[in-house]
Design a protein around this ligand. Structure first.
Ligand SMILES: [Zn+2]
Length: 100
């Protein structure tokens, strides 16, 4: 019984996950949906503000999950590398979550 009480599960989809994790890989993949809006400035979007990303942000903001902060940090670092910000010739780049 104790095994099931402390069995880790994804905070988004409630599927079983390995110890030390807080979100399953499937939900994590769904949070990343990069896009670009061009106008006076180029605006890069990490993902759309919809589930499961919105759920993850809500958990981070209101339920104090430091592991989610680490996930966001790692994902944003990966995003910065992928868009190669150092090679972009604009004077300013903004990166936001896209609210639809
Ligand atoms: Zn999940």
């Amino acid at each position: 019984m104790l095994d099931t009480m402390f069995e880790p599960y994804c905070i988004i989809c409630k599927s079983k996950i390995s110890f030390g994790k807080i979100v399953c890989e499937n939900c994590l993949k769904k949070t990343y949906a990069p896009s670009l809006t061009e106008g006076d400035f180029k605006v890069y979007h990490y993902g759309k503000y919809e589930e499961p990303l919105s759920q993850l942000i809500t958990e981070f903001k209101y339920n104090s999950h430091p592991k989610i902060g680490k996930i966001f940090g790692e994902k944003l670092a990966y995003f910065f590398l992928e868009v190669k910000l150092s090679q972009i010739s604009t004077t300013m780049c903004l990166i936001f979550l896209q609210i639809i």
